[in-house]
Design a protein around this ligand. Structure first.
Ligand code: AMP
Length: 209
């Protein structure tokens, strides 16, 4: 099963991606997590993209396409994968079709109003080690892996606005791109993650036998 998750930053792609990964026993691939790891490890790629990520802009297509190509061609993806945060431009969507023709079985668009994602992003903490996401609260350590919880620099209010604008200009056209290929399911991302997940699974099973 090859699934693409689409939606505004903060729509719940990461959370639904983890649940889908467990359910179908396939890896969840987040380009954001991969890029943040490269920044933390101070690799050549990390140095190149650090400022871009901090400012909420998009990393150039050729860089992201090449890391995704390598990842999805690997053995761990032979049963399929869930893409969270890729593609983010039409060019990336077209590149994905070239790497693996007919590669996407279904694209799930998580629909969440703009105001809701602003509140979610400004109020969330991310685990430095396993990338799990929590609402801001008294905990400072990840209950899953013990990693530090921190507020992503690009989850600051001023950067959130830029990320939403970047999404609307570059990524939103992918909804039509996949709809025109008959691969799109639309699910409201409002509500508890477990309830959203049930709707996601139900909708996927309508499209993929
Ligand atoms: P995310 O964790 O998906 O919110 O991504 C965080 C940041 O990583 C984005 O704001 C971009 O700067 C960069 N990024 C992640 N995925 C992509 C992509 N497919 N294309 C370009 N930039 C990306």
């Amino acid at each position: 099963m090859r699934i693409v998750l689409l939606g505004l930053p903060g729509a719940g792609k990461g959370t639904q991606g983890v649940l889908l990964g467990e359910s179908y026993d396939i890896p969840q691939i987040s380009t954001g997590d991969m890029l943040r790891k490269a920044v933390a490890d101070e690799t050549a790629l990390g140095k190149q993209v650090k400022e871009i990520i901090r400012s909420g802009k998009l990393v150039p297509d050729d860089l992201v396409i090449s890391i995704i190509k390598e990842k999805i061609s690997g053995d761990e993806c032979r049963k399929g994968f869930i893409l969270d945060g890729f593609p983010r431009t039409i060019e990336q969507g077209e590149a994905l079709e070239k790497v693996l023709p007919g590669s996407v079985d279904v694209t799930v668009y998580l629909d969440v109003p703009r105001q809701e994602v602003v509140e979610r992003l400004a109020g969330r903490l991310t685990c430095r080690k396993c990338s799990a996401i929590y609402r801001k609260s008294d905990i400072s350590v990840c209950p899953v892996c013990g990693g530090d919880l921190y507020q992503r620099e690009d989850d600051q209010k001023s950067t959130i606005e830029r990320r939403i604008k970047v999404y609307e200009e570059n990524t939103a056209p992918l909804v039509e791109f996949y709809r025109s290929r008959g691969k799109l399911v639309e699910v409201s991302g409002l509500g508890e993650p477990g309830d959203v997940f049930e709707k996601v699974r139900e909708n996927i099973s309508k499209v993929v036998a």
